[in-house]
Design a binder for this molecule. Structure first.
Ligand code: ME8
Length: 652
């Protein structure tokens, strides 16, 4: 019998910027669900991709002096790289610049036209290129877009329209019949209220921009970017390209996973387009919450966007995946903070999981000759507990309550710990010898519980799960039934799953970053490897509050020559310099530049230093000043005079 299919999608990401943790969140959740559904035997198809057309993209490329496609190619490369590092198991990656996608969009428009829902008219109104959306005057808030507060611009142009107004009643009827279509329930109510408020026809072409899919038969127009983008979910299955096998097999989608910001496009426009085209509607759209940074909205202009690269590099992909799923109640907002991340990392991963595993494995090695116990054990409180936890884990995973599913696994780990304390295997070994059946049973119960925990966390932490299973001498992909651990098998290699994070070192380095001048809007890498021309900084990034020249003059900037340089022990980034500032003695300055500069490269080099900064101690080393560097995506580029000057020369 054919297996039940499960087609899951992420939004396709705009390529005018690099991904941050909000973007990776959606993809990590989708990957976790895809892995879980595969475990449960579904025939899964998992799609992600990029949204490359539109006014925003055209402008970003123009500002950088490159072609939109070239800019997109470079950012897409970064997305592929990131998904590889995060072990994302998508089956396909669609780009809206793919030929197959254009064919799908044209086929979609042909069907909507055949349904009589498209007509030509003239559009006059407000357009927000940040959201790529039209807004009636009545919806503007203080002259800005009501969704994100972006600036809007007046548009007056000829346009093709979609008769969205005709779909108000059919949509409301559909929502009533399919209350599970929009999740969570609070979002269902929001969408219903929005549609009940009345729908206006939608402009679905643009005549004043050229970066888009040409309108079929009218090349003066390009297709409106949201009609273009939403169609990716079927064009990626071959809709419009002739080969309909995947489309027949996987459409309608089981789940479109999106952020709450784009719920309306997916719950109102998309089903209306599909109704018009006479195509089946997706089964569910889930609108998840928003990641904030330290309780504030993340935005490039505030310079507080959390990029995933450094976190993945330092803590590994599994720790990042775990944090995202454990910290956010799926559907609600959550806040990222360095403190929160480190606390969870140390408490749950290094201590909770890591300690439970290393404690049990050390005993198994000591009392079992490096092998799993000689006999399985079927009769224990742990078995009952594990059975209950597996049931709860399944229920919560099915309901997408990932934080609760993970909580359940940690409850099992705590039960193992309590069981070890109570049974005291060391005492049994002493009293009865290592071949005591009682001792072997106790060990089996612990190892088998850990095996079940490893299988349960595998959708969230695939690499860690594989590693733990190998340490336990267990096979990957084992069943979630008690007794899966084979007896008398060699245990795998030892090794900590998650080394404890040194919080002090982390903050010393983060602090160094924060001491740097406020970063301008994140630059997109240039095409062809050359450094990107830095885009004009967003206004807030330059100065939230203007300062006077006298205030600026209080900062004493001087040129110095580096005389000695060495790495600060145990730190990846920090370098200790002794700098000649034209003073009687050399100045010791600690800078977070070690990930881009080797100490020997710095010798003799001239740098710019803030000479009157209060001393600070970074990882136990006093720094009496701060060096200046441009910060590109977190990487430092040292500033220097354009020609050698005597040490101590002032900078104005
Ligand atoms: O909207 N917290 O693309 P996009 C949580 N191209 N999730 C966040 C987030 C945050 N702070 N910021 C972004 C688009 N996201 C369109 C989609 S689909 C046919 C077209 C996530 O790159 C969230 O899922 O601006 C959001 O919907 C998605 O990134 C896409 O953002």
């Amino acid at each position: 019998m054919a297996r039940e299919t499960f087609y899951i999608t992420t939004p396709i990401y705009y390529v005018n910027d690099l991904p941050h943790i909000g973007h990776i969140y959606t993809t990590v959740v989708a990957d976790t669900i895809a892995r879980y559904k595969r475990m449960r035997g579904f025939d899964v198809r998992f799609l992600t991709g990029t949204d490359e057309h539109g006014q925003k993209m055209e402008r970003s490329a123009r500002a950088r002096g490159v072609e939109p496609k070239a800019l997109a190619d470079e950012v897409v490369r970064r997305y592929h790289e990131l998904w590889r590092r995060l072990e994302i198991t998508h089956d396909d990656f669609i780009r809206t610049t793919d030929a197959r996608h254009r064919a799908g969009v044209h086929a979609m428009i042909a069907r909507m036209q055949a349904g009589g829902d498209i007509y030509k008219g003239s559009y006059e109104g407000w357009y927000c290129s940040g959201c790529e959306a039209f807004f009636p005057e009545t919806q503007l808030v203080n002259g800005t877009c009501p969704d994100q507060g972006h600036p809007v611009e007046r548009l007056q142009e000829e346009s093709y329209f979609f008769r969205l107004s005709a779909y108000q009643e059919p949509l409301l009827a559909f929502y009533r019949e399919h209350p599970e279509f929009i999740r969570p329930a609070t979002r269902y109510n929001e969408v219903v209220r929005f549609v009940e408020g009345g729908l206006k026809d939608l402009s679905i072409s643009r005549a004043t921009i050229s970066w888009g899919i040409p309108w079929p038969g009218d090349p003066e127009h390009v297709v409106y970017v949201w009609l273009d983008a939403l169609t990716n979910y079927i064009s990626a299955l071959g809709f419009g390209s002739g080969d309909t096998e995947l489309y027949e097999r996987y459409w309608p989608a089981a789940l479109h996973l999106v952020g709450k910001d784009i719920l309306r496009f997916h719950c109102v426009y998309w089903p209306a387009f599909l109704m018009s085209a006479g195509l089946p509607l997706p089964r569910q759209v889930f609108g998840h919450g928003w990641w904030l940074r330290d309780e504030r909205k993340m935005s490039k202009s505030l310079g507080n966007v959390v990029r995933p690269d450094a976190l993945i590099e330092r803590f590994g992909p599994d720790a990042v995946r775990y944090f995202l799923l454990r910290e956010m109640t799926f559907g609600q907002d959550a806040s990222f903070s360095d403190e929160g991340f480190l606390a969870r990392y140390n408490a749950d991963l290094a201590n909770g999981l890591g300690n439970a595993a290393s404690r049990v494995l050390a005993m198994a090695r000591r009392y079992g000759d490096g092998r799993t116990p000689v006999e399985a054990c079927d009769d224990s409180v742990l078995r009952t507990k594990a059975g209950e936890i597996v049931g709860r884990w399944r229920e919560t995973m099915d309901a997408f309550e990932f934080h609760r599913a993970l909580e359940a696994v940690w409850e099992l780990l705590a039960a193992v710990d309590a069981y070890v304390n109570e049974k005291a295997p060391w005492a049994i070994a002493k009293a009865e010898g290592v071949s005591s059946p009682r001792l072997q049973h106790v060990l089996y119960n612990c190892l088998e519980s850990l095996r079940l925990a490893a299988v349960m966390v595998s959708p969230v932490m695939p690499a860690m799960s594989a590693r733990l299973l190998a340490q336990l001498g267990a096979a990957e992909g084992g069943a979630l039934e008690w007794g899966g651990l084979a007896t008398s098998r060699p245990l795998g290699e030892e090794g900590a799953l998650f080394p404890r994070a040194d919080v002090e070192a982390y903050f010393a380095e983060v602090k160094v970053d924060e001491n740097k001048p406020v970063q301008p809007a994140t630059p997109v890498p240039a095409v062809g490897g050359a450094p990107a021309p830095t885009p004009a900084p967003a206004p807030q990034a330059v100065a939230a509050e203007p300062i006077g020249i006298d205030e600026f003059a209080r900062v004493k900037l001087v040129v110095g020559t580096v005389k000695t340089a060495e790495r600060v022990p145990k730190s990846k980034k920090l370098v200790r310099l002794e700098v000649d500032l034209g003073e009687p003695a050399l100045r010791q300055i600690v800078g977070g530049i070690g990930d881009r500069y080797q100490p020997e490269q710095l010798l003799g080099r001239q740098i710019v230093v803030v000479a009157n900064l209060k001393p600070a101690v970074l990882m136990g080393v006093e720094s009496r000043g701060m060096l200046l560097a441009a910060s590109l995506d977190g990487a430092p580029f040292l500033l220097a005079p354009d020609g050698e000057v005597p040490p101590g020369t002032g900078v104005k």
